[in-house]
Design a protein around this ligand. Structure first.
Ligand code: ATP
Ligand code: MG
Ligand code: MG
Length: 376
């Protein structure tokens, strides 16, 4: 099978790595350059989307911020999964919030802001503190503003007004600030027959809005059931095919959906060695019409993102059950450059191995890990 992936980043790369043993070959469409490239080498394979759509058996995406004409062109091919609607919903917080409402799943209270009247109404209706998010193009906590004190509202509005004026397509979604106990996510797959398999809930730790560590270990089954129910409601509402990720806030055992990602997800990278079938293989299986693989947790596993660095000490490779994954990208401050997966046979053993890993990593590059170890 030939699968064309919209986007040529690390997620397309890891799909290619997972697809090879299944005889699924991946080509990647770099939306910015309009080039078709090899997902591992970035070698140029062709120009333009039209011919690539003809050549592919299946078309999918590794990110949701894709121009509408490109989505329409892919939809037209009849080969696009999970399809234009799901990608659009993932890329526009207005559509995402209304989809969540239609699916009947809980999310933080919100309003949409297009002008100053809306801005003042959001504060009056939702109260403070508030989180403001750009409706389009937000990722890694970019395009977000916080408001704690009413006194800061006029200055914030000046900033938001300038942001809105710069792009007529944009809007802002105001959300109640949630005092959550922790953040968790559910990654799962739905195939063409409507069969759903989900991985266990993953606990996620963010630093400055960017995922730093994900941890998969046996968790409360009631919480897992709640998440699975919400996942099923959203996936069925979208008639979704492929891997879907849902981020939640856990508020005293009650889950609220933060957002969804219509694709494989950073918080699912641990599945490369914590599950028999990783999220990348399961995404390809789903979109190619193959049976889904097991999503059961085979051993507690955590993932550490490598941000803004292109080297780590080789000595970490001496640790048992450690996987190092580089994305082959050029170094830039804060950029997702790679990740480390670490597994063990029990949570206690994982904690001990994590402590060993932290000792080997330069503290300046990974300043938050020590604190996360304490939370384990
Ligand atoms: P991602 O890279 O996950 O796509 P994003 O830019 O789409 O990030 P969100 O996931 O919406 O952003 O927000 C980033 C982080 O900000 C969340 O993981 C959470 O820690 C915090 N956050 C977002 N919304 C809220 C909220 N309503 N209340 C409290 N914290 C929030
Ligand atoms: Mg997001
Ligand atoms: Mg998020």
């Amino acid at each position: 099978m030939k699968v064309l992936v919209l986007g040529a980043g690390q997620l397309a790369r890891m799909m290619a790595l997972a697809g090879a043993p299944l005889n699924i070959s991946i080509s990647a469409y770099d939306v910015n350059s309009d080039n078709i490239v090899h997902p591992l080498t970035q070698q140029l394979l062709g120009n333009g989307l039209a011919q690539a759509l003809v050549d592919a058996d299946v078309v999918t995406a590794e990110f949701e911020h894709i121009p509408l004409p490109v989505l329409a062109q892919c939809q037209q091919s009849g080969k696009f999964l999970p399809g234009a609607q799901a990608i659009q919903v993932g890329g526009d917080r207005r559509l995402e919030k209304s989809l969540l409402q239609t699916a009947g799943v809980a999310t933080s209270a919100f309003t949409v802001i297009n002008n100053e009247t809306d801005f003042n109404a959001a504060i009056a209706q939702l109260g403070l503190p508030l989180v403001f998010k750009s409706a389009l193009a937000g990722y890694d906590g970019k395009g977000q503003w916080r408001l704690k004190d009413a006194a800061a509202a006029p200055a914030l509005w000046q900033e938001l007004a300038a942001f809105l004026a710069a792009d007529p397509q944009q809007a802002i979604v105001a959300e109640q600030f949630i005092r959550f106990d922790r953040e968790v996510s559910l990654v799962g797959a739905r195939n063409r027959h409507g069969e759903i398999k989900v991985y266990p809930l993953t606990e996620n730790h963010h630093v400055n809005g960017v995922l730093s560590v994900s941890l998969a270990r046996p968790l409360d089954t009631a919480l897992q059931q709640q998440a699975e129910q919400m996942f099923t409601a959203v996936a069925e509402q979208l008639n979704y095919v492929g891997v879907l990720a849902i981020e939640f806030f856990d508020v005293q055992g009650k889950l609220l959906v933060n957002e969804l990602a219509p694709r494989v997800h950073n918080s699912g990278h641990w599945t490369q060695q914590g599950a028999d079938c990783c999220q990348f293989a399961n995404h390809l299986r789903a979109v190619c019409g193959l049976p889904l693989g097991s999503t059961a947790l085979i051993r507690p596993t955590l993932m550490v993102n490598i941000l803004g660095e292109d080297q780590v000490p080789n000595s970490i490779l001496e640790l048992p059950a450690l996987g190092l994954h580089w994305y082959g990208k050029t170094k830039r401050a804060g950029r997702k450059m790679g990740h480390i997966n670490l597994s063990a046979n029990s949570t206690a053993e994982l904690k001990a191995r994590f402590a060993q890993l932290i000792d080997l990593l330069p503290a300046a590059t990974f300043p938050e890990l020590e604190q996360m170890l304490q939370q384990l």
